[in-house]
Structures are given as C-alpha cells and as structure tokens.
Design a protein around this ligand. Structure first.
Ligand SMILES: C[S@@+](CC[C@H](N)C(=O)[O-])C[C@H]1O[C@@H](n2cnc3c(N)ncnc32)[C@H](O)[C@@H]1O
Length: 301
C-alpha cells in the first residue's frame, strides 16, 4: 500500500475520532512503523503488507485515545527521547520551559561565581558540582535533562510510585542520577541533603479532582491518577512540598515548581507565606498560561 495514501486515510480516521492533531499523529505513527524520522516520510513509497496491517492497528488504538507516546514507547523531551508506557506520566512540553529556567539559573550563578563547592567528595562521579533535586520525578524527564545538559551537576530524583520508578531507572541509566524511592513530602527523604541543595525542580500532581471531567481521555485513562491529581483543590501535594523546598535548599538556592494555571495566585502566595523565600515569581508556559513559580531561599549564599 502507498504510504501517502495510508497516511491520508489515517488522518481522516483520527480526525473523525476528534483528535487534536490527526495529521501529525498519522504521520508520526507511519514514520514509527517504517522506522524513519517523520521528516523523511515523503521519501517513503510503500508499506509492506505487514507494515500496513500494523499501521492500521496503531491508528485504531490511537483513535480510542491511547496516547501516541504509549504506542511508540517514546516521549520527546528537550534533547531526549524518554521511554514511556503504562504506569508513568508522559512528560509535557510545558515542563521543558521549567527545565530551561533551571538551567539558565545554574548558568547565571556559574557565571557569577566559581563552582559552588566540593559536594560529598568521593560519593559522586563529579566531585565538584551543583546539587540539583527533582522531586516527583516520574519518567525522569527533568532529572535526565539536567544531568545531560548541565554536566557540572549532581542530580537526585525522588519518586514514590513503584510503576513510575521502573521507567525512571531506565531513563536515567548511565547518567549518574541518584534515584530515591520515597514520598517527596516526607522530611526524612533526602534529609541528608538539607540546607545544601542549589536547585530544586518539581512537577508534582496538581490538577484539582473537581476538574477531572474536562480532561482528555488520554490523561484520565492512561496517565496514572496519582501523577495527575492533587486532591480536591489540586494543592494536596504542593502544600507540604513547599516546606521541603525550604529545608532542602541552601541559602540563595532556587526552586521552580510547576502548577495549574488557576493556581497562579495561590501557589506564589503559599510560598511567600512560608516566610523562608524571596524573589517569588510566576512564569508562563509556551501557551502563555501561568504555569510555574520560582523562588530563592532567603539568606546569604
Ligand atoms: C506530574 S508527574 C511529573 C513527572 C515528571 N517530573 C515530569 O515532569 O514529567 C508527578 C509524579 O509525581 C509522583 N508523585 C506523586 N506524589 C508523590 C509524592 N508524594 N512523592 C513522590 N512522588 C510523587 C507521581 O507518581 C508522578 O510520577
């Protein structure tokens, strides 16, 4: 079967199923079946009959709202392709912006002063590094990006859910990231780093349960609910995390925490009210929605 024809038909099928980007999904799945990048699709002439059959099956699965990333097993995130599937939250483009903020912050302090200090000499492959903690790590999108894009970092990733931990361990393999199994809100988890961390990055579950009805089936049926929902008002995990940010960070250290756009007032207010932060700011995502709050731990570095 001709590839162009199959893609055309698949895009129509996905459009009828009311997907947001039917053509892109049809092309990405065709490229996946052919084992080529999407940009080379125009050069592909025909599917073998086995490929055509596989493609049709994948399109049907996508039409029933199985996430594209679960079908291909991969989720692009910044410069990485992460392994994803059932049991782990599919990383989103808005979180790339949070990571970008964190990397810029590291760059700024790197330029302003020499590397911070020898961190736990002998316990890390890099003995002179910025200490970065990813709380609620999921697939490891944040931790793996920091570890690969800022080589002078020692990165810890905390995740509580056993299913997500499997993907996390797989995605950070060989990157020198320390995976910690535990509740990110528990003061005992990573307490050995209290007062020493340069940067905390965090994308916790934050969708209010009352907002579940408005979510697409890809999220409600396929993202783990513990990864998405933060209790009735969405703040059940963020509230106790704010205290953890304050105790983990060294004076002058920074935090960036992702949140729901409707929490663009309440999250910075909670951070202010904690009393241990300065420079509290809200930042926007690529769609110009207020998406994450940053702050610096009070005190002289
Ligand atoms: C929104 S997902 C974010 C995953 C990843 N950081 C990302 O940006 O794609 C939230 C993650 O936090 C985990 N999680 C939820 N509550 C937690 C807690 N109290 N402690 C540690 N991890 C938690 C969930 O299992 C899920 O993997």
């Amino acid at each position: 079967m001709r590839v162009a024809e199959a893609v055309e038909r698949a895009a129509g099928r996905l459009s009828a199923a009311r997907l947001a980007s039917p053509r892109v999904d049809a092309e990405l799945l065709a490229a996946y079946v052919l084992g080529i990048p999407r940009g080379r699709l125009a050069t592909a002439e025909r599917f073998t009959s086995a490929q055509a059959k596989r493609y049709a099956a994948l399109i049907e699965q996508r039409a029933t709202r199985v996430p594209l990333q679960h079908l291909t097993g991969k989720a692009p995130f910044r410069y990485l392709e992460l392994d994803v599937g059932p049991g782990v939250f599919v990383p989103r483009p808005e979180t790339e912006v949070l990571v970008e903020w964190g990397l810029r912050w590291l760059r700024a302090i790197r330029e302003a002063s020499p590397p911070p200090r020898s961190f736990l000499a002998g316990t890390s492959a890099r003995d002179c590094a910025f200490l970065v903690v990813d709380l609620c790590a999921g697939s490891g999108a944040i931790a793996a990006s920091v570890a690969t894009e800022a080589r002078d970092t020692t990165v810890y990733a905390v995740e509580r859910e056993p299913d997500a931990l499997k993907w996390l361990r797989r995605n950070v393999l060989g990157l020198g990231v320390t995976v910690v199994e535990g509740d990110a809100t528990d003061p005992d988890v990573l307490s050995e780093l209290d007062g020493q961390v340069d940067l905390v990055l965090c994308n916790p579950p934050y969708v209010p349960e009352i907002g579940a009805a408005g979510l697409p089936a890809e999220v409600t049926r396929h993202d783990p609910s513990v990864a998405v929902f933060g209790g009735t008002d969405g703040l059940d995990v963020i509230r106790p995390l704010i205290g953890r940010f304050a105790t983990l960070l060294r004076p002058g250290g920074a935090v960036a925490v992702e949140h729901e756009d409707v929490h663009a007032y309440v999250v910075p207010t909670l951070v202010h009210v904690d009393g241990r932060f300065v420079d509290v700011e809200v930042h926007h995502d690529l769609a110009q929605r207020p998406r994450f709050t940053t702050a610096r731990r009070a005190g002289e570095p």
